[in-house]
Write a protein that binds this ligand. Structure first.
Ligand SMILES: [Zn+2]
Length: 506
């Protein structure tokens, strides 16, 4: 789609700070005074959402490429491709999908565009190695300044980064909460900025507050304390920027990759399927014709894409109270392969690597009105009461977005925006071409004098009936793009007009 390009500037620079898992409603003057100060200086994206599934590796690829998983092909944190299990936290595992030169992601990354035009990006991050590698894909391979703070030597060949990293003491391994670790990201950045000119784009990725949310939930005093420490570290960036931006037209973006819901109840999809007689394994073999990768979003691959087996599995799981909403391959006329699901394309997740059947686990509140509305069903190792993400609730999809600098207008933006819109907006600002694989849009209304007309926002929600219950994916369409907003469930007992399935063409 042709994008109208606001005037970029060849001498402008961007500094993007990602706060892993930070949900924007957690900001307040007491805990996060520095992020609140930035909100007042800049433009707050008030209707800003993640991509699906709302998992870190998927989001890293989405932020790097400006595309959803239908474009970049990192379809989950952990998935199954070419007959093997891929754990996206490991960069070597991801490289098994393609090579350092390409094929791991199937859309073009910011780092690749910069490298192609003789420019670099500075990437400093403390997230998993796989997520870090995706987030600055194209940069670390071409010798750009790339500092993965857990091990500076492993993938970076940049001499400046090696020198800076050598000046720091070792970090505690597996630190939780990751306080010294995120401080290292800021220390690394400030050390670089003190001795070198910043490249056109800098991406800093802090693995908190995500780690502490997974340990304590969002509102626990320990989680608040970590967020406060994260904000204090960000304050060092803000102080630096206040001086430097006047010299260099540096635009500062504070962002997150996904939000968090709260684990309300555990279930095990594998146990459920085995109990029902299905042959589930880690790979296809004589004893296994189903492979399951479960978290908040559950992905299932069946041997030879057997449609009969898929329908049996769907019938088995979709009657359970923990089942949320299912997705299967898009066939002719945008129909889903499995009756009672929506097509993968409904959530921008149609890719050759997509699972044969994907479903999100439901919300606890949809079956019990008395529980915390943020609580959800979950299949995995984290305990009840802590934060989790990956699904389609508004809590998981809601993300932070603050754009500050002289290129952006200040205020609050209510139009729908998403993490895939950051890459094309940054490329436009740098006056660089936008690859055809980009699915997001340039946020023109963040740059011009006026907010875009809010009445152009169209409700593009999709509902599907299954086993007497309705599930809805709430979506908004704006300027030709779809934005995922949440889910809604209604059981048959409370619904008068069952029978109408609105799987409208997408
Ligand atoms: Zn994350």
């Amino acid at each position: 789609m042709e994008q109208i390009r606001p005037m970029g500037h060849p001498h402008m620079k961007f500094l993007v700070v990602v706060f892993d898992g930070l949900r924007p409603d957690q900001l307040n003057e007491k805990v996060t005074p520095n992020l609140c100060a930035l909100s007042k200086l800049g433009l707050v994206l008030n209707n800003h959402t993640a991509s699906f599934p709302s998992e870190t590796r998927v989001s890293s690829a989405a932020i790097a490429t400006g595309s959803h998983c239908s474009g970049h092909g990192i379809v989950a944190n952990k998935f199954f491709a070419n007959g093997v299990a891929i754990d996206g936290s490991s960069l070597p595992a991801l490289l098994a999908l393609g090579s350092e030169a390409g094929g791991v992601m199937t859309s073009v990354a910011l780092g690749e565009v910069l490298a192609k035009h003789g420019k670099t990006m500075l990437a400093v991050g403390s997230q998993s190695q796989g997520s870090w590698g995706l987030s600055n894909w194209g940069n670390w391979q071409s010798g750009g300044p790339a500092y993965w703070v857990h091990d500076a030597e492993r993938f970076a060949s940049n001499e400046v980064i090696r020198r800076i990293a050598a000046g720091f003491p070792p970090l505690p391994v597996g630190e939780q909460p990751a306080l010294q670790t995120i401080k290292r990201v800021i220390d690394g950045f400030l050390a670089y900025a003190a001795s070198e000119a910043l490249p056109e784009l800098t991406l800093l990725w802090l693995s908190e507050p995500d780690i502490s949310y997974h340990m304590f939930g969002l509102v626990h005093p320990s989680a608040r304390e970590v967020l406060s420490r994260v904000d204090r570290e960000f304050g060092r960036i803000l102080d630096w920027w206040e001086t430097e931006r006047k010299k260099e037209r540096i635009q500062l973006i504070a962002a997150s990759d996904h939000g968090h819901a709260i684990i309300g109840k555990h279930i095990s999809v594998v146990e459920h399927l085995r109990h029902a007689g299905f042959k589930v394994g880690d790979a296809f073999g004589p004893d296994a014709d189903v492979v399951v990768k479960a978290q908040r979003a559950v992905n299932l691959w069946v041997h030879k894409h057997d449609v009969g087996l898929l329908n049996e599995i769907h019938s088995c799981v979709s009657v359970e109270p923990w089942f949320g909403i299912g997705f299967s391959r898009t066939t002719e006329g945008d129909a889903p392969l499995v009756q009672g699901t929506l097509p993968h394309s409904a959530v921008m997740a149609e890719h050759p690597r997509s699972a044969d059947l994907t479903f999100v686990l439901g919300s606890c509140a949809s079956i019990d009105a008395d529980v915390d509305p943020e609580t959800v069903f979950y299949d995995g190792a984290y305990p009840v009461g802590v934060g989790m993400h990956g699904g389609l609730t508004s809590f998981e999809l809601s993300v932070l977005g603050i754009l500050a600098g002289d290129w952006f207008r200040p205020g609050v933006l209510r139009t729908p925006t998403g993490i895939v819109d950051l890459a094309p907006t940054i490329l436009a600002g740098l006056d660089l071409p936008i690859p055809e694989t980009v699915q997001g849009r340039i946020l023109e209304e963040a740059i011009g004098g006026d907010e875009g007309p809010i009445d152009e926002v169209e409700d593009a929600s999709l509902s599907v009936e299954n086993a007497g219950s309705w599930a809805t994916v709430q979506r908004e369409r704006y300027r030709g793009r779809l934005y995922l907003k949440g889910t809604n469930y209604k059981s048959a007992q409370h619904q008068g007009d069952i029978g109408r399935v609105t799987t409208a063409a997408i």
